[in-house]
Ligand binder design. Structure first.
Ligand code: ADP
Length: 150
């Protein structure tokens, strides 16, 4: 049984994140989405709301679950029995960041990171863009997973 975690801040979870999980399901039997709690990072959505959005997106899908965690990502993976970390890549700057973290995580625990390139149409979508649109009262439906209401 291949289980992966998909860790992130997800403030909020976007259609870009959703696409990575959907495509990851072709590779893994189970994906545990992990919302990392970073006390020094102020988020727009609290942890309950971020969980609720992800639950709405994968409503009824028994192969996808969501949990929050307040520890190192490698320790969270160990806790849920996952051997893989799934992440998405949009840009060269994503690559540099992911490369460093993936090497650190493999060194720490032997966990492999699997990176999927974003679908071109979602390459500019980020939680930051969605938060900016909310700030200026713009419609964000196209940026959220299908069926999700904030
Ligand atoms: P973090 O703060 O850990 O980077 P994010 O919630 O911003 O958390 O992102 C989680 C993961 O999703 C990261 O691997 C990020 O590169 C990826 N990601 C974010 N937006 C997209 C997108 N539009 N397409 C593909 N991957 C994405």
């Amino acid at each position: 049984m291949k289980r992966a975690i998909f860790p992130g801040t997800f403030d909020p979870f976007t259609i870009g994140h959703y696409s990575i999980v959907k495509r990851g399901m072709e590779l893994f039997d189970e994906i545990v989405i992990g919302i990392g709690v970073n006390h020094s990072k102020k988020t727009l959505f609290d942890i309950e709301k971020r969980m609720d959005i992800i639950k709405q997106a994968f409503n009824g899908n028994l192969r996808v679950s969501v949990q929050s965690y307040d520890c190192l990502t490698v320790d969270f993976a160990k806790k849920v029995g996952a051997k893989y970390i799934l992440r998405g890549l949009r840009t060269v700057s994503d690559f540099e960041y992911e490369h460093t973290i993936a090497n650190a995580n493999r060194q720490l625990s032997g966990l492999e990171t699997v990176l999927l390139f974003t679908e071109a149409e979602y390459s500019f979508i980020s939680s930051t863009v969605v938060r900016d649109l909310i700030k200026y009262n713009k419609d964000i439906n196209d940026f959220l997973p299908p069926g999700v209401e904030i």
